[in-house]
Write a protein that binds this ligand. Structure first.
Ligand code: CMC
Length: 425
């Protein structure tokens, strides 16, 4: 017999089904709660609330497990490449060699961004944060691609996926080129996706450029590690915006804005700024540990803690190893890495951090790699966005294909009761 949960209100009992996921996660299905009882649940920050069922990503925060479509993140980071993982996330299965090649070819068809987009970029000051510019440019893509995708038409959906993958990469790098005052580069259809990222970012018209293959490999892995993370803040935003049947670009633009915050993707920039500050102030990690624990001080140890992971973040473990390897291979001796390791060691021994299950998260080491690869600090969150793009697309597609209703939470009103209108004297 299937399990149920009983809620008793004013002596009346109501029974609700408990649904079980494929990894035995259980949830009380309260869809009929308000209809039956007249009351709602309250869960700010959705710490206990599932917003959907999903077949895309599984994570177990207690055991530190992360899987895309059933494949472990460790396996994917080691054996797959970013476009392969993107295809897997979006379409549900690993591509065959022929499908993967076709996917690359099809993405290339859409890598040219409308020249008029350049006048939009010109309107931004050079000092604008790349994430703000990226959100605006992604949104602007709707103006050049006004037709909304028919999600029930596989061909149309596939084209929309390729278009988004192609154009987003280009405009993401343009945000950097703009900030540097460099001419905007075009995608080179003879090269791979991640190699193109490097060219788009760093190639200058005045000299030849060839990205280091070690850097390309490291970036590919970082993108895979960021590619999806089930119902996090930006992904939920993408699903929420898309649930009103807003278009894919508009939904992703909202996701970019959500990702920008320092408690989410913006943490990778904040981590590096924090490490640099500690370095500048003489490397006293103890002082910063004390600040993080002081309840009067708003400072948090950036790159620590996670809403879901309560033992370790498997992505952080892979990234830590990659950071060591990349810095060694490139011959970079970065004092920031030593500070990060000291901070991590101290936190892992510290009662405050231990009792609250605060472990390094994905952002703690990623910035150190980006820095070693020559990516400027305020582009770190853009890097996260490029990596997360296939996840956003996959989640948006799933939400529409599942015909989910418009997202519209309720609230418990705690404001003033009805009062007479009287102008203040
Ligand atoms: N430094 C110091 N104390 C912390 C930290 C931290 N980084 N993170 C959480 N705490 C404390 C917090 O003060 C609270 O203490 P108390 O119980 O005494 O009030 C307790 O730990 C629980 O924190 P919370 O804010 O209720 O936990 P949450 O699940 O709402 O927040 C988080 C998760 C990631 C927002 C938070 O840990 C944080 O702000 N971390 C720093 C920012 C960061 O690294 N963000 C990247 C997240 S991973 C990448 C991504 O998915 O975007």
């Amino acid at each position: 017999m299937s399990k149920t949960a009983t809620i008793e209100i004013d002596g009346k009992r109501y029974e609700f089904p408990i649904i079980k996921g494929s990894e035995n996660e259980e949830a009380i299905d309260i869809k009929k709660l308000r209809d039956l009882t007249g009351i709602i649940t309250l869960d700010p920050g959705y710490k206990n609330s599932g917003s959907c069922t999903s077949k895309i990503t599984f994570l177990d925060g207690e055991l530190g497990i992360l899987r895309y479509r059933g494949y472990s993140i460790e396996d994917l980071a080691e054996k797959a490449d970013f476009l392969e993982v993107s295809f897997l996330l979006i379409f549900g299965e690993l591509p065959t060699a022929a499908q993967l090649e076709q996917f690359e070819v099809d993405i290339r068809k859409y890598t040219l961004v409308n020249e008029e987009m350049k006048s939009i970029i010109d309107g931004f000051p050079r000092t604008a944060h790349p994430m703000g510019v990226l959100a605006a440019l992604t949104s602007a893509l709707t103006a050049f691609n006004p037709k909304s995708v028919n999600v029930d038409n596989d061909k149309e959906m596939y084209q929309a996926v390729c278009k988004t993958m192609g154009k987003f990469l280009v405009i993401a790098t343009w945000t950097y080129r703009k900030s540097m005052g460099y001419p905007l580069n075009y995608y080179d259809n003879t090269k791979g996706y991640v190699e193109n990222f490097m060219d788009l970012m760093f190639k200058l018209p005045t000299e030849p450029y060839k990205a280091n293959p070690i850097v390309i490999d490291a970036l590919d892995k970082l993108f895979i590690l960021h590619a999806d993370h089930e119902q996090n803040c930006s992904t939920s935003t993408v699903r929420m915006v898309g649930s009103s049947h807003a278009g894919l670009f508009a939904s992703i633009s909202a996701g970019v804005s959500a990702l920008w915050g320092p408690l989410h993707g913006g943490a990778n920039q904040a981590v590096l700024e924090m490490l640099e500050e500690i370095h500048k102030n003489g490397g006293d990690t103890d002082a910063y540990m004390a600040k993080a624990k002081d309840k009067e001080d708003p400072f948090r140890l950036m790159g620590f803690g996670h809403r879901v992971y309560k033992s370790f973040d498997p992505r952080a473990q892979i990234i830590k190893k990659a950071a060591n390897e990349v810095l060694e291979t490139l011959g970079v001796d970065d004092p920031i890495l030593a500070i990060a390791k000291k901070l991590e060691a101290a936190a892992l021994e510290d009662e405050y951090f231990k009792s609250r299950n605060l472990y390094p998260n994905v952002d703690f080491y990623s910035g150190i790699i980006y820095r070693a690869l020559g990516i400027p600090t305020d582009m770190f969150t853009v890097m996260f966005a490029i990596g997360r793009l296939p996840g956003w697309i996959a989640q948006w597609k799933e939400m529409r294909e599942n015909k989910e209703p418009i997202g519209r939470p309720r609230q418990v009103y705690t404001g003033a009761n009805l009062r007479d209108f009287k102008k203040p004297e």
